[in-house]
Every structure is written in C-alpha cells, then in structure tokens.
Write a protein that binds this ligand. Structure first.
Ligand code: GLP
Length: 259
C-alpha cells in the first residue's frame, strides 16, 4: 500500500495522472467511479484534461453503489450524481457508464446482473474510492463480509447522518438501503486509488492503513490488495503512526515511478 500525504489539489492531480496514464496506454480501459465529495476535485481535473484532449470515448466505467428507491430524476440518485459530476463533462459514449439499479423490482437479480456486467467488461482497471468516517468503502458498512459481492445493504445511522447534507440536512430523507459492490468486488479491481481529506477521516484512514484487517473497518481489506494507493491530506493523515515515514518515502520516490 502506498500512502501519499499532500495538499488536496496535488492529490487530485495525482489521481487524475493515474487515470490519464491508464487511458493513454489503453483507451478501452475500465474505470471505477465513486460518489461523495472526495473524488470531486479529481473529476474537475479530468474534465479539464478532456478539454485538453484526453478522451474517454472508448472507455467504460462502473459505479460503486446506488441508493435503493430514489426516483429516476432524483438529484441525489448516484447515477444522476455521476452523470453531473463526470460523465456529462467528458466523452463517454451513451451506456458506457453503468451503475447498480436501485429501482429494479428484483434487487438481488440486479446485483447479480451487475457483477456479471463487470466480469463481462473484463473487470475494473482503476477504481477511485472515498472512505466513510466509519471506514466504509462504497457502502460496505462495518460488519460487511470481507468476501462480499454486490448486494443490498442497510445504511448505518452514522452514514445516513453523514449523507444528510446532500438531502437538505434531513436524515429522514436519506434512504435506508442501498446496492453496493462488495468488498471482494472492489478488491478485484487492478488498482485501487482512495482519496480522503479532512480531520473527520483521520481515524478511518489510520485504521485503513495501520489497523488490523477487520470487518469492523471494512476499508482495511485494502491492505491485502497488491496495488493500493491512499491519497490523504495532512488533516486526514493526522492520526497515522508512521506519517513521517510515508512523507519521507514519497519525498524520496524516483520521478519515473508513478502511482
Ligand atoms: C458515501 C459513498 C462512498 C463515499 C463515502 C465518503 O456514503 N457511498 O462511496 O466514499 O460516503 O463520502 P465523502 O467523500 O463525501 O466523504
């Protein structure tokens, strides 16, 4: 696991560099897209680079998760969020960005179909991730099976409170259920790039990088991934025991070595 501690704008550039490098090498790459505040600066950077010539026209993308039951036109439906924040700002072809169907009549079948779609696409090359204050990735809440696949999950009170800011501050408007890629689904991606900023994420980042691998902090499964990159600002890094070592490692990193 590589840990980079840097100002937020630099983190966004590094993540965008990884996406751009991937697409330049393989224009048909499969991206994994996350919602939440953490990746927004990366999406801004990618939109800028698209204007400068970076094309997504042959790429595909899979979303991590989706609320159950939000209407098709609800602004917080993750499909609509991803459309607004990134898909509509670059040149993905229609249908190239897929997400779990939170409006399906048969939700378990929709989860199975989603797993199959990812497999049929050849798997995800680069997965962008955020992290919840309780250590969730996608919507894999504490207690999630470390071997889980796409399924229905019940959101914790903490996550619903955290996400109430997107629903006019009303926790009652935040759905109680979601569909989410499982931890094993995420682990199958070939490169994981997680972004976290702000002091509220410090404990989750400490557990993710330095805690024991445990379903209580689902993101800790990333310690078992052969190519995981954790991009954090000073505040999110503030509880890391080996923070100085990660800073030194990054400062000493050869220029030719990308993420
Ligand atoms: C949400 C999303 C996650 C996201 C996390 C953190 O609940 N399902 O994919 O990583 O919470 O969100 P934020 O980046 O806004 O802090």
């Amino acid at each position: 696991m590589e840990v980079v501690i840097a100002p937020a704008a630099e983190l966004a550039r590094l993540a965008a560099d990884a996406v751009e490098g991937l697409l330049r090498g393989n224009p048909e790459a499969v991206l994994g897209l996350a919602t939440g505040s953490s990746p927004l600066a990366v999406y801004d950077e990618l939109a800028t680079r698209h204007k400068e010539g970076l094309s997504f026209a042959r790429a595909r993308a899979f979303m991590l998760d989706e609320y159950v039951g939000l209407s098709a036109d609800h602004p917080e439906r993750y499909r609509n969020v991803i459309e607004k924040e990134i898909a509509s700002r670059v040149d993905f072809v229609p249908g190239a960005v897929q997400g779990p169907d939170g409006l399906a009549e048969d939700l378990p079948a929709a989860c199975a179909a989603y797993e199959q779609a990812i497999t049929d696409a050849g798997g995800v090359d680069l997965q962008i991730l955020g992290i919840g204050t309780d250590g969730h990735i996608a919507f894999n809440e504490p207690g999630s099976s470390l071997a889980s696949r796409t399924r229905i999950k019940t959101l914790t009170k903490q996550t619903r409170e955290d996400n109430a800011r997107f629903f006019g501050g009303s926790v009652d408007l935040v759905p109680r259920h979601c569909l989410t890629q499982g931890l094993a689904t995420i682990m199958a991606a070939r490169h994981l790039v997680l972004l976290a900023t702000g002091r509220a994420k410090a404990e989750a980042v400490h557990q993710l990088v330095e805690g024991p691998v445990s379903a209580m902090w689902p993101a800790t499964i990333m310690q078992l991934h052969p190519h995981a990159t954790v991009l954090v600002d000073d505040a999110a890094a503030s509880r890391l025991q080996l923070g100085d070592y990660y800073r030194q490692t990054y400062a000493d990193k050869p220029d030719w070595q990308g993420l």
